[in-house]
Design a protein around this ligand. Structure first.
Ligand SMILES: [Zn+2]
Ligand SMILES: [Zn+2]
Length: 360
């Protein structure tokens, strides 16, 4: 099978032929139909997150069809359409039992491995998935069955970016009806923070970005106001737009440099909640005056939108079917696997909301 593999940070992905083991007990073999191109893949390519073992099959935002299941599998069957979750959960640890399988302390990993054709050493797969590949084997808990009417490209995006953004607003922050919101970054995740806030009933949503094209996208997804941070101070402008108060909730959905992390705290009002959604490169310190939090402000990080995939994936798809959540509009470009490096060039230049790789 064909897959896109990273051999060294800061180099293009290479298309190679791989072999894949049969699914073992409790595992499912999934034929990937679509895979989103996410900023987290780009972080790994750039080496932002330190020493991830290589060679590595990248990709963690995928949807496909179950082709076979191993012994004892009961929650999916051959022919099911599934969205893959990049955080498989054990179901019994403290986090899982507290309703946070996104923070599972003992995530199961598939025993079946991918290998270079004819070689014995297993390749690393990003987040245990490696969706830039024609097939993958996952623990059954990581394959969430969905309605067959949902197109695969749209479904794939729910596997990471959509759930991360919508979940940050609805699950992590619990944005309240009638509240005011600021979202820093109008990429794949930030746009979904915006639409999560819309669904939760926010009445004012201020999108912040450096690119006017991204701010236009922000409006399309429900932002009521926009601030171009390359031209004006976002904190001052957000205060001005909220009658001097600041917002109830702010989301940092960039994760590249310090400034927006700080600004996302300074732009909130008394008792305001800041959610850090962006995953910064290693060694990105954030310096905030201790008094910035003194009026009972909160900073919380969001991991995978505090998602419970078996609850949240179907819920998000119901919102999509009801016309209350945009997925089609997120897909800017579609590519074959062979053109994956072009998709990353576009991502790096901020020219897309999301690109999707389609497999036949
Ligand atoms: Zn992702
Ligand atoms: Zn667990």
């Amino acid at each position: 099978m064909k897959a896109a593999v990273l051999y060294e940070p800061k180099t293009p992905l290479k298309l190679v032929e791989l072999d894949l083991d049969e699914p073992g007990p409790g595992e499912a073999l999934v034929k990937i139909m679509s895979s989103g191109v996410c900023h987290s893949d780009w972080h790994v390519i750039k080496g932002d997150w330190g020493n991830i073992p290589m060679p590595c099959v990248l990709g963690h935002e995928g949807a496909g069809i179950v082709e076979a299941v191993g012994q004892g599998v009961s929650t999916v069957k051959t022919g099911d359409h599934v969205i893959l979750s990049w955080m498989a959960s054990c179901g019994t640890c403290e986090s899982c039992q507290s309703g946070y399988p996104n923070l599972c302390q003992r995530p199961p990993a598939a025993q079946a491995k991918v290998r270079m054709k004819g070689e014995s050493e297993a390749l690393y797969q990003m987040a245990g998935l490696g969706t830039f590949s024609a097939y993958t084997v996952v623990p059954e808990v990581a394959a969430v069955p969905i309605d067959k009417s949902i197109p695969f490209p749209q479904a794939a995006l729910v596997g990471c970016g959509v759930t991360t953004g919508v979940g940050a607003a609805i699950n992590t922050a619990r944005v309240g009806a009638g509240s005011t919101v600021a979202v820093f970054g109008c990429g794949g995740v930030g746009l979904n923070c915006i639409q999560g806030a819309v669904i939760a009933g926010a009445i004012q949503i201020i999108a912040v970005d450096m690119l006017d094209y991204k701010l236009d996208l922000g409006r399309e997804f429900g932002a009521t106001d926009t601030v171009n941070a390359s031209r004006e101070d976002p904190v001052a402008r957000i205060k001005e737009l909220t009658g001097g108060q600041g917002v109830h909730y702010a989301f940092e959905a960039i994760g590249l440099v310090e400034a927006p992390f700080v600004q996302s705290v300074l732009c909130t009002r008394r008792r305001g909640v800041t959610v850090w959604v962006g995953h910064a490169p290693l060694d990105t310190p954030v310096t905030i005056d201790a008094r910035a939090l003194i009026l009972e402000k909160t900073i919380i990080a969001s991991m995978y939108g505090s998602a419970r995939p078996h609850v949240d994936f179907p819920k998000i798809l119901s919102l999509y079917r009801a016309g209350k959540l945009k997925l089609d509009e997120l897909i800017t470009r579609r590519f074959d696997l062979k053109d994956i490096n072009v998709a990353f060039d576009l991502l790096a230049r901020g020219e897309v909301a999301r690109s999707v790789i389609n497999f036949e």
